[in-house]
Ligand binder design. Structure first.
Ligand SMILES: Nc1ncnc2c1ncn2[C@@H]1O[C@H](COP(=O)(O)OP(=O)(O)OP(=O)(O)O)[C@@H](O)[C@H]1O
Ligand SMILES: [Mg+2]
Length: 352
């Protein structure tokens, strides 16, 4: 196949891309970046990124790291530019690009994150989550003990009652007590700690895809975009299947079983989760083209008992979040009508 010039490829991307010399001066800027920065290629070329973007020090450190063949993702940076007076917030990935002439270049990708509302599992919301988990555990304990007594008493009464008609009532008590007990079990999570094993994230996604297709036959398509080079992860495979299933199921339910689910995997380098910087983090992104998360619950979807569905218990996402945090990872979600994406970030344990 004929090789295409790099700038032709870069210009065709919808992501804003700059090629920057390691001292910070801009060598090239693609079409999307010109739109983002509201400046023509002529105006930008040769200028320094610190004056252009206003993110001097972290970007300079990331540029220096590309000299050692390392990529860095800087998250939620506020650029100097603004659009209609609104701050421009971007995720910025800086990767080594190679030599052009006698200058070494880095590839800087800027992805706007302010236009989509974004709910991250960062430290503050992790703390809030820990508090609500503690409250639920206590509440669960308070409910389960008397519930056991209630059920036992209904069972004894059931045996004493002479006629079938009256036993209907004791059966209802037992049935409802069982239902409540199962609900409390779900809320407190499936967390018997099992042995960690090494497995492929793709196997998890494929398992969920097969399960879902067995359930919904028509009108649902899966688009897969897997990075075959991602390493295996250590963890509890069954629990991760549960986490992914909860997310996929929500998408399918939101679309009434008709639409597209995207499954994507990528490796992210130098990625920060909570307060820790990881060399390698795997991203599994589950997307759908359904109506999006209702605006009134968007900020709180990861909290237990928050649901926008009639008949929904509001537990699926909080369970998924718990499972992923137990793997040292985080879930992030962006949603707007027609485009909802849940990203699971899971750190790769480096051999010590
Ligand atoms: N992909 C999605 N598209 C649209 N809305 C979504 C999506 N994912 C989640 N939601 C919204 O978030 C709510 C919370 O989801 P969650 O899985 O936690 O609970 P649930 O689906 O209501 O109940 P459960 O999963 O416990 O049966 C959902 O009720 C739905 O309104
Ligand atoms: Mg759900």
């Amino acid at each position: 196949m004929e090789t295409l010039p790099a700038d032709q490829i870069l210009d065709g991307l919808s992501t804003a891309v700059l090629l920057v010399e390691l001292d910070g001066s801009v060598h090239y800027v693609n079409g999307a970046a010109q739109i983002l920065l509201a400046a023509s290629a002529e105006r930008v070329r040769g200028r320094r990124t610190d004056e252009l973007l206003g993110i001097g020090a972290p970007l300079q450190a990331a540029l220096a790291a590309t000299g050692e063949r390392r990529s860095t993702t800087l998250r939620e940076l506020t650029l100097k530019q603004s659009i209609d007076g609104h701050a421009l917030v971007v995720d910025c990935t800086v990767s080594p690009f190679g030599w052009v002439g006698d200058g070494e270049l880095a590839l800087v990708e800027l992805v706007r994150v302010d236009q989509l509302s974004r709910f991250t599992l960062e430290t503050r919301s992790q703390e809030r989550h820990a508090v609500s988990t503690m409250l639920i555990d206590r509440l669960a304990h308070e409910i389960k003990n008397p519930l056991g007594g209630l059920r036992g008493a209904a069972q004894l009464l059931d045996r004493e009652l002479p006629d079938r008609e009256s036993r209907e009532y004791t059966r209802i008590i037992m049935h409802e007590a069982d239902r409540l007990s199962a609900l409390v079990d779900r809320m407190t999570g499936p967390f018997t700690t099992r042995e960690k094993t090494c497995f492929s994230l793709h196997a998890v996604l494929e398992h969920v895809r097969r399960l879902t297709l067995a359930d919904v036959q028509e009108g649902l398509t899966f688009n897969r975009d897997y990075d075959p080079s991602i390493p295996e992860i250590m963890g509890d495979r069954e629990q991760l299947i549960q986490a992914v299933l909860n997310i996929v199921r929500n998408g399918v339910q939101a679309m009434d079983g008709r639409g597209e689910i995207g499954l994507l995997t990528r490796i992210r380098r130098q990625f920060t989760l909570g307060n820790r910087r990881h060399r390698h983090v795997l991203e599994a992104r589950i997307s759908d083209n359904g109506p999006g998360i209702p605006a009134d619950i968007r900020e709180n979807v990861f909290f237990p008992m928050v649901s926008g569905r009639s008949g929904g218990a509001g537990l699926g996402l909080s369970i998924a979040q718990d499972i992923v945090s137990r793997h040292g990872g985080a879930i992030e979600c962006v949603s707007q009508p027609g485009d909802t994406r849940f990203s699971l970030y899971l750190p790769v344990e480096e051999p010590s």
